[in-house]
Write a protein that binds this ligand. Structure first.
Ligand SMILES: [Zn+2]
Ligand SMILES: [Zn+2]
Length: 881
């Protein structure tokens, strides 16, 4: 006989089970023309990362899908890897160097990169090991890194290809500059938030007149870089002013008044200052009107040389002084409060500075168009669909992507400059000499690429691109991408246009967005609130399956998730419940049960009912999973196992199991084993460890549940009549239990049950189920009648569809005792009534007491009188029996 340990101890089993799966090679997926491929590429965690609840949610979802597809017979590849995370990693290393008193300049580029690689070696795999604790069934033999040789090759190939097509260019453009990170950042890396600011109204004198124009600005320090004033061409107020010249305050520079459609007539005075060097929209106005670009703010957010008297000041200090000086000149008219959107660096939260700078850009218009089309036409589907709008909004208004970063950790831009003639060569390998002047001294661009440039290629670079590998041919395009919605622009959008551009095919068919994991009060988990839950602690305390259960159960894709200790405990309790059920079943098995000789004809209605219910659950759960309704799928498996299998079926078959001579014992064992095997398979993708441990102790021919076959809904396992029959019996038992509970009847007190129905099939069903009423409804005996004759007076009735069940009151209650109890109660009520009546007859009380007290007393009187009537009625009834 096989036996399970008395209690389920996940901590003792999980690592060993995981190691066994890995050693047996179950995670590995091969190109197999006899199977259909199913591919998911992992969102590569940063090498600086530590497992948090977001990862737990995201990776559990991926693992559920991949485990199900593997069981369905697909060659299911979950391709793992990590991201070098240039800006985040570089910041960590700089921080660590600071403690040693070193700066980047001290050790130089080479020394720095050496440290970075060492850092990666030391910490880069930490997150990978943590993902394994989650039970992730990734193909670790195919693990990649965004800076490994192959992926770096893909990056250079793409850069060169786009450059040759004219889709990558170097140019002076407005970029977002983070003065603290000391690098340009892309539009997607800027976070906007509404901030309380001010609107300064400033006068600019019109040249050769006593007149002024008035403009409003939120950033007076940029005045120093103004090169025009702009008005809307349709603005009648200012029509005459267009073409005239104003004198820039503080700088005494002459600048033109231009007309441009960009200006909003309703905003401020309808006149705006134009600072092409420090505002993206002004930059475009400048291009249209060929305005000079004067940069007055440095990369470190101090004022530059062009700021003359203000040079060297911090930008905010300069603002103060400029406002003061304008006021002294009488040019400051007023200051309004003003709420506006301020962009901050997503990494360090510093207010970004839009700057004109020489950077590398990807021209987006041509690349974005097919990426918009693919999503619009449903070639790539978003789940939930509401994120389509977010995506399209961004993509349809996209600006060129600034891809150069002033960082060292990352893919260095493959552009080489001739020291002699200045010619630029873009090439995967360093050229030996300048193709123009044959000079051999060529210097590579100092900058590296935006970290997302390489992750944009992830779905195909990881499969070997630009080589045409069999893997690439077989596993691409991938099927599902599971990702957090906050990286829809950083990553999802860029993978889509990259896949379409370089592979000529969408990178994935579906994108499943995950929400944020919040605490039980709905707050974001954060260090400062101290409300974070560490997944590794949870695994330690409750087991991995409990964690996976808690992040999956009932959660709808894309919605934020509220996680509480209660949910985690529920997960652990569920694992224990299944364990105990399986343990009980196994204890009641024979040494070598002979299931081959089972004759299906010998199964009773309970057996057929549970088999039919399992079959229905298989159909529903599979459909839910195919539709990515993972939270609902788990809920259904849970309800089937807990309620139908454990609470009902096991209870129903206990008498047959206990009686070694019973006719249906072997059949019960057969069904228990079959239903347990089937339901463990359905649960396996969600709770892989406990299901594996149980499954291997059940009777089946599989080496592991992980590679067993996913159950298939079968028409021949639909037993409608038996399902209906059992539903009736369960309803009847529930009705009897409820009636007993309402009357506080102790379980030890058995009662006769009289089932009356004029339908022969119901009577037959009831007769077949006699033992269930005895076992589960405390029946002393079961009587079945066609008509309501000889029903004891005052019997309790449970009315069902097609039948009524009676229980004699004398069976449920001790009449004498009950009568005495009711008499006592009636006496008490009479006392209360007398007291209330006394009060209400007292004129003093009625006149002097507050109205609400008098009213309350009246209500009491009514209530007690009604209760007394009911009690007396009950006593009359008892007397008549
Ligand atoms: Zn920053
Ligand atoms: Zn040259």
């Amino acid at each position: 006989m096989k036996l399970l340990e008395k209690t389920y101890e996940p901590q003792k089993l999980e690592d060993e089970i995981y190691k066994n799966w890995k050693d047996k090679g179950y995670f590995h997926a091969e190109v197999d023309e006899n199977k259909k491929p199913f591919t998911i590429v992992i969102p590569p965690p940063n090498i600086t990362g530590q497992l948090h609840m977001g990862h737990a949610l995201n990776n559990t979802l991926q693992d559920v899908l991949i485990r199900m597809k593997r069981m369905q017979g697909y060659s299911a590849l979950w391709l793992p890897g990590t991201d070098h995370a240039s800006i985040a990693t570089e910041a960590k290393i700089v921080e660590a160097m600071k403690e040693e008193g070193l700066s980047k300049a001290d050790i130089g580029r080479e020394g720095f990169l050496k440290r970075a690689w060492q850092w990666n070696e030391k910490y880069g795999n930490r997150i990978v090991e943590q993902l394994k604790k989650l039970g992730s069934s990734c193909d670790w033999e195919r693990q990649r890194f965004t800076m490994d040789e192959g992926l770096s090759k893909a990056v250079s190939a793409v850069f060169v290809k786009l450059y040759d097509k004219g889709l990558i260019y170097k140019g002076e453009r407005i970029i977002n500059w983070c003065p603290v990170c000391n690098t340009s950042i892309s539009d997607a890396e800027v976070e906007y938030s509404e901030k309380e600011g001010k609107l300064w109204h400033i006068r600019y004198p019109i040249k050769d007149s006593d007149e002024y124009v008035t403009v409003a600005t939120t950033r007076p320090e940029t005045i120093l870089g103004d090169t025009a004033i702009a008005v809307h061409p349709d603005d009648d107020r200012y029509r005459d002013l267009v073409g005239r010249t104003v004198v820039l305050p503080l700088m005494n520079r002459e600048i033109p008044i231009v007309a441009d459609e960009y200006v909003e007539m309703e905003f401020g005075t309808g006149m705006v200052k134009v600072t092409p060097a420090h505002d993206p929209n002004d930059f475009e106005i400048g291009e249209r009107h060929k305005l000079e670009i004067i940069k007055v703010i440095n990369d470190d957010a101090t004022m530059g040389e062009n700021a003359k008297d203000y040079a060297g000041l911090d930008r905010y200090e300069a603002r103060k002084r400029i406002v003061r000086d304008l006021e002294a000149l009488g040019l400051l008219i007023k200051i309004d409060k003003h709420v506006h959107n301020v962009g901050s660096c997503y990494r360090c939260d510093t207010v970004i500075e839009p700057l004109v700078s020489l950077q590398w850009f990807v021209r987006m218009e041509e690349l974005a168009a097919p990426a918009v089309k693919a999503v619009k036409e449903g070639n790539i589907e978003f789940i939930p669909e509401r994120f389509v709008k977010t995506y399209l909004n961004w993509m349809e208004n996209i600006r060129d992507w600034c891809i150069s970063r002033q960082l060292w950790w990352g893919h260095r831009i493959p552009a080489y400059y001739c020291s002699n003639c200045g010619h630029i060569v873009v090439s995967e390998e360093k050229p030996e000499k300048c193709p123009k002047c044959s000079n051999e001294e060529l210097k590579q661009d100092e900058d590296t690429l935006d970290t997302w440039f390489s992750s944009a290629l992830w779905p195909f670079s990881t499969l070997g691109w630009p080589e045409e590998t069999p893997e690439l041919k077989y596993f691409y395009p991938t099927n599902v991408l599971v990702t957090a919605y906050d990286i829809i622009f950083f990553w999802v959008a860029r993978m889509i246009f990259s896949g379409l551009e370089h592979m000529g095919e969408r990178p994935f068919e579906y994108v499943m967005f995950t929400g944020l994991v919040r605490d039980e009060l709905g707050r974001k988990m954060s260090k400062s609130l101290g409300n974070g839950i560490d997944p590794l602690d949870v695994i330690e305390n409750y087991g991995t399956d409990a964690l996976r259960y808690a992040v999956m159960i009932g959660n709808a894709t894309g919605n934020d998730l509220r996680l509480s200790d209660q949910k985690l405990q529920a997960g652990r309790n569920f694992a224990n419940k299944i364990w105990n059920a399986a343990r009980f079943v196994l204890m009641n098995f024979d040494d070598e049960p002979d299931f081959d000789s089972i004759d299906m004809k010998n199964l009773d209605s309970a057996d057929k009912w549970i088999l039919s219910r399992l079959n229905a659950t298989v159909g529903e759960v599979t459909a839910n999973l195919e539709k990515f309704e993972l939270g609902i799928a788990l809920q259904k498996v849970y309800e089937f196992i807990w309620e139908e299998f454990c609470d009902w079926y096991i209870e129903l078959v206990k008498p047959r199991l206990y009686d070694k001579e019973s006719k249906g014992r072997k059949e019960a064992q057969y069904v228990l084993n079959k239903v347990l095997c089937g339901s463990m398979k359905l649960l396996h993708p969600f709770m892989p460890f406990v299901t594996e441990e149980i499954y291997k102790n059940l009777w089946n021919d599989d080496e592991s549940i992980m590679i067993s076959q996913w159950p298939i809904f079968g028409e021949d396992s639909v037993f409608k009549a038996e399902e209906d029959a059992m539903e009736f019996i369960m309803k009847a038992i529930r009705g009897i239990r409820n009636a007993r509970a309402e009357m506080n009847v102790p379980p030890s007190r058995k009662a006769r049950i009289i089932i009356v129905s004029n339908e022969p099939s119901i009577r037959q069903n009831a007769a077949d189920s006699e033992s269930y009423f005895v076992k589960l409804a405390n029946a002393s005996e079961v009587e079945i009648k066609k008509e309501e004759i000889d029903i004891p007076k005052g019997a309790v009735a449970v009315v069902l569809d097609g039948a009524t069940i009676f229980m004699p009151l004398t069976d449920l209650l001790d009449i004498e005792k009950e009568t005495a109890r009711l008499e006592g109660e009636a006496a008490n009520l009479r006392k209360e009534i007398a007291r209330a009546e006394g009060k209400l007859k007292n004129e003093n009380f009625v006149k002097k007491a507050p109205a609400n007290l008098v009213e309350a007393e009246k209500e009491k009187l009514e209530k007690f009188s009604a209760m007394l009537r009911e009690t007396e009625h009950r006593m009359e009834e008892l007397k008549s029996i």
